[in-house]
Each structure stands twice: as C-alpha cells, then as structure tokens.
Design a protein around this ligand. Structure first.
Ligand SMILES: [Zn+2]
Length: 329
C-alpha cells in the first residue's frame, strides 16, 4: 500500500493501526483492541541510540517481532534496506498473523533502491504487508506507484487544528490561529512546532521574499542563501524552504486580490500587502516550481550550498518568460 499525504497527518499511526488489527489477540471487530500485549508492543519502535547513519541501515523493529520500519539513513533509502525487507517479508510471521513493514519517506527511494523493492512489491507472501509512506507521491517511480494501492490522506482544516491546539492547551488562541494555518493540514506539524523558532525562521524567509520582489538586492540575497546554509541551521533547511513557499503563496494570493482570510500568515498581512503590490503574478508560480525542482535535485546529492545560491539567483532573475527561467544548479 502507498499512503500519501502531508507529514504529521497520521499516515504512520494508521499503518500501525493496520498492523494492530492484523495481529491483535482480542480484536474488536475489524480493529485492534489497543490494549493486548501485541497491540501495545506494535507501537514501540526501538530506534537506534546514535545518529550515526550506519546504525539506521537496518530494519527498525518495534517490540513486536513482526512489525518494523526502514528510514533513509541520510538522503536516500538504500538498496540494502530494500533487500532486507524482501528477505524478512519472505519469512512467515514469528508471533502474530502478519508481518508489516513500513517504508518512511518512500520518495527517498532512488532508482536502484526502488528497483530492488519491485519484486517483493509485485508478489509479497500473503502474510506480509508493505506500506510506503510519503508526502510526495509524485516523486515515486511509476513502476512503484502502479504496484501499490494508493490511499490519500486529506489535510485537516485549519479550524480543526486550531480548535485542537486551543482545547489541549498547546497554544494561546492567537498563536493557535497562525500555527493551524502554517501547518498545511498536519496536526503533527502544528503540535510539534517550536513557535519562537518558527517565527525566527519566518522572519528570515520574509526578508528573502522582500528582496526578491521589492528590493532586488542580489548581495543581500546571496547573504540570505549563505545564512540558509549555515551549519547551525542545518536541520532547519527543509522547514525554511517550506516557510518560504507559504510566504510566496500568500503574496501570490494577495496579488490576485484573494480575501485576507485565505492568507496563511495572518499576522504578516501588512508586510505581505507591500510585497504583493508590485508583484508580477507570473513570478510566484515560477518561484515555487524552482524551489520544488531544487528539492528534487537535492535527493540526487547535489552540493546544497551551490544549489541554494543558484536557486536564489534564478529566482531573482528578471521577470518572465517563465519557461526560460528554469532552475539550473
Ligand atoms: Zn489488541
């Protein structure tokens, strides 16, 4: 199966519920009971203690001997990990009725590892189930997608997330409003968010957007690219790009005179208004596809620093025609 939907939306939890339903010792209808030893152990992953990528190359088992997961040790899922899944999937269950293997961020399969997975995806033993999880299903090879049953997880509405955050005292009303809107339908993302950290990242990305659309100061732009690549922000790289994309989207909506409520970053309305005032409506679409293109290329291991510089300069390049402004690393 292929579960597609935003990060933090519950794909992994749902896959684990399926594993419970299949292995529960006292099932409640079609569902696992959640309380028997089998159900409880299925929720407990034995993650490696260190962050050494070598330690992440195996299957990360839960406390249940038939349920495990693989994650990309670095930027890609490895051939050896897919071979491990194939080997394990061919064993009969040790203690339950079914073996279940999750592949997290399946979009991190490259051609060799995707091909290594094809065989077992094609004809898995009937007691083994493989669930691919991804927020970017379009990046999977068609050969993988066609062998899976795809289930799409739709995003939660901002109102649902907002009320959860307030009800569970995760955030004050004002903060919950913004967090719910930048979470793009993902409750997990909204709950896990470090709001102060987020605000600092967003301020930096707003500067980038200001330079791109108003100031057109290349030097400042390269400084921002440099900041994005600073070692201390290494773990924030992806989330900063996410934030930049929401800001671009907001400015785009405003340049199209969409109602203020459709803007994600509600507390930045006045700044966004200034940015969108002189914005050529064709540019934001180009920016977003340039960012997405670079993200795809990062997976095949290009130099991130050079790629970021190139991306920002491509984005800053003079207005349309769009088709001539594709991102070149
Ligand atoms: Zn149970």
């Amino acid at each position: 199966m292929l579960f597609a939907g935003e990060d933090g939306i519950g794909k992994k939890l749902f896959a684990l519920e399926i594993a419970r339903a299949l292995n529960c010792r006292s099932p409640q209808g079609a569902e696992g009971c959640g309380n028997c030893p089998s159900c409880v152990r299925i929720g407990k992953f034995n993650y490696p203690q260190s962050s050494e990528s070598d330690d992440w190359k195996g299957i990360i088992w839960t406390d249940h001997a038939d349920v495990g997961m693989v994650v990309a040790p670095k930027r890609v899922l490895l051939v050896e990990q897919m071979r491990l899944i194939e080997r394990e999937a061919n064993y009969r269950p040790y203690e339950g009725n079914a073996r279940v293997f999750l592949i997290e961020d399946a979009d991190k399969l490259n051609d060799p590892s995707a091909n290594a997975l094809l065989k077992v995806l094609e004809e898995p033993p009937h007691t083994s189930h493989i669930v691919l999880l991804t927020s970017r299903p379009a990046m999977l090879l068609p050969t993988i997608r066609s062998r899976c049953q795809m289930i799409r997880f739709s995003p939660l509405s901002p109102e649902e997330i907002e009320s959860h955050l307030v009800k569970n005292n995760v955030a004050s009303a004002g903060e919950a409003r913004i967090r719910a809107r930048v979470a793009r339908g993902s409750l997990g993302r909204a709950v896990a968010q470090d709001f102060d950290g987020f605000s600092a990242q967003r301020a930096a990305m707003l500067r980038v957007l200001q330079v791109l659309s108003v100031d057109e100061d290349r030097l400042q732009l390269l400084r921002s690219a440099e900041e994005l690549n600073e070692a201390k922000y290494k773990d924030e790289y992806e989330s900063r790009l996410d934030i930049l994309e929401t800001l671009i989207r907001d400015a785009w909506m405003m340049s199209l005179h969409a109602p203020d409520e459709s803007v994600v970053n509600q507390d930045l309305l006045s700044q966004l208004k200034k940015i969108s005032a002189g914005l050529d409506g064709r540019r934001p679409a180009g920016w977003i596809s340039q960012i997405e293109e670079m993200r795809e290329q990062l997976i095949v291991n290009i130099n991130r620093k050079a790629a970021t510089d190139a991306l920002f300069l491509t984005m800053a390049a003079a207005a349309p025609p769009l088709e001539k402004r594709r991102f070149v690393p």
